[in-house]
Write a protein that binds this ligand. Structure first.
Ligand code: ADP
Length: 251
């Protein structure tokens, strides 16, 4: 128990440190992005430096994606909860994903009618869906199907979004650690290990739960369950950093 508390404290200060750096870094990246965009425009497609300027722009965009993740993970990004229709958020995400996932991924959305509203920070919820979808993309290197499904759990009234892929699934040892901050199987420079840890923090802060169901060779479902708006919990003072927590079901 004491060791668990120490681990939670360590992760908490690590999160704050990472968040502080991310904040300053984001401003630096905004300057690099701005100038790179100017250069890309200045050097038209014919110019020998056009591709270099684009490469700087793209690297800066990747950097800001990562710092954004760190800011949300650290809890330093303030939350702006608002009433949300999960179906509308899902539809918007589908639009975004259909442009980014690539032609070899078949994207399907199944919306449940009459979902009650939820209360949540929209940007953070979108980040959760994006993280799960990017993991799904990575788990289907030769294509597959990604399905976004909304539902209401009959016995609890929780409002749910499942992100299901037909990818390679997870070894039980990977599934057991998947929510751990900085745990990644993607290799240096490819994964940060912050995607699911961030999702865990965001969803539990909103009073919800996030579960994983994975079958090796068949695919993975990440299910986010959130309380309907009238039951949404007030902000709590509990330590929220997971230490490899999160409910994990391996079937
Ligand atoms: P990252 O994506 O940076 O590695 P995450 O926290 O998002 O960090 O994921 C941790 C690990 O969980 C991944 O490296 C991968 O091994 C595993 N994982 C997550 N989502 C999936 C998925 N949909 N299919 C297979 N493995 C997954």
């Amino acid at each position: 128990m004491e060791e668990q508390l120490r681990q939670a404290e360590r992760l908490d200060s690590l999160g704050r440190l990472a968040g502080g750096i991310a904040h300053d870094f984001n401003n630096i990246l905004a300057v690099i992005s701005g100038y790179a965009a100017m250069l890309t425009e200045e050097f038209g497609p014919e110019h020998e430096l056009h591709a270099d300027a684009r490469a700087i722009e793209q690297a800066a965009a990747r950097g800001s994606g990562l710092t954004r993740q760190l800011l949300i993970f650290s809890g330093l990004e303030p939350s702006r909860p608002e009433p949300l229709d999960l179906n509308a958020v899902t539809t918007d995400m589908q639009r975004l994903l259909s442009r980014t996932l690539g032609d070899d991924i078949e994207l399907t959305t199944m919306l449940s009618l009459d979902l009650p509203p939820i209360t949540m920070d929209r940007n953070k919820l979108e980040q959760v869906v994006l993280n799960a979808a990017m993991n799904a993309r990575a788990a289907m290197p030769s294509g597959g199907r990604l399905t976004l499904t909304t539902s209401v759990e009959r016995h609890t009234g929780q409002v749910c979004l499942s992100i299901t892929d037909t990818g390679y699934g997870m070894e039980p040892s990977v599934a057991a650690r998947a929510f751990e901050p900085f745990f990644t199987t993607k290799g240096r420079g490819k994964g940060t290990g912050l995607g699911l840890a961030t999702a865990y923090g965001v969803v539990t802060d909103a009073g919800g739960t996030i579960t994983l169901e994975s079958a090796l060779g068949a695919g993975t479902t990440v299910k986010v369950s959130l309380p309907p708006a009238e039951l949404a919990s007030r902000p709590s003072t509990l330590v929220r950093r997971p230490s490899g927590g999160g409910k994990v079901l391996v079937v």
